[in-house]
Design a protein around this ligand. Structure first.
Ligand SMILES: O=c1ccn([C@@H]2O[C@H](COP(=O)(O)O)[C@@H](O)[C@H]2O)c(=O)[nH]1
Length: 223
């Protein structure tokens, strides 16, 4: 099974289905995020699930524990394979999110967005490097008993060393020389897997390609 989850970031349901259908031979699942969910909600997710690929629902929930737990409960009928919350919501929020999730849903915590670097951390009053911040939040997520974390390919080896049985989701993945766009901590697909990623989240390098199927196949060929 391919480790590639294609990030289908579009409010256009027909386009989302077309991308998933065209790339399905070269991907392991579909990642649906805020853009898609705000446009189509659970109904849209169900329509995408009919394509038969695992669904990664990347909503990055972040609120007080009770609110997050109730939101996770409300999402339960969809039974996503993977669901994200923000690690910085704290231990109780992570514990309650996991307790509210269906048994077959992996709850994974975003440590530090791949669009941020150390200067962004400093601007929010957090000292130290991206590496330090990711490891702090990896530790917290592990202690809270959830399934894994989201981090960049630059930190995944250290995170896996700290949590050998964790599930590691790596976005910010770019083919060598591909445009980074708004991502600041990027690695190649091969480097992310070699460092210990469980799955790779890849969006624009596939979805914005002239031929998404060929792009997904070419990336798969480097793994
Ligand atoms: O730290 C994070 C967490 C989530 N994402 C999501 O992954 C994809 C990446 O898309 P690209 O087009 O490959 O940049 C996108 O849906 C983000 O919401 C992330 O990039 N970084």
């Amino acid at each position: 099974m391919s480790p590639i989850y294609v990030a289908i970031d579009t409010p256009d349901l027909a386009r989302a289905k077309a991308i998933a259908t065209r790339t399905r031979a070269h991907i392991g699942g579909i990642k649906l995020g805020l853009e898609f969910f705000c446009a189509h909600g659970q109904h849209g997710v169900r329509e995408m699930a009919e394509l038969g690929l695992p669904i990664f629902l990347d909503l990055k929930l972040h609120d007080i524990p009770n609110t997050v737990a109730k939101a996770v409960q409300a999402l339960s009928p969809i039974e996503p394979a993977i669901l994200t919350v923000h690690a910085s919501g704290g231990r109780a929020m992570l514990e309650d999110a996991k307790a509210a999730a269906p048994l077959n849903t992996k709850v994974v915590a975003v440590t530090m967005l791949t669009s941020l670097d150390a200067s962004d951390l400093a601007a929010t009053g957090i000292g130290g490097s991206a590496h330090d911040q990711v490891l702090r939040l990896t530790e917290l997520a592990h202690e809270a008993g959830i399934d894994g974390i989201v981090c960049s390919g630059a930190e995944v080896a250290a995170a896996k060393k700290a949590w050998p049985k964790g599930f590691f989701v790596v976005p910010g993945v770019r083919p060598a020389d591909g445009p980074a766009g708004d991502q600041k901590r990027v690695v190649t697909p091969r480097a992310a897997l070699d460092a210990g990623a469980s799955i790779l989240v890849i969006g624009r390098p596939i979805t914005q390609a002239e031929d998404p199927d060929a792009a997904a196949r070419a990336i798969g060929g480097t793994l």
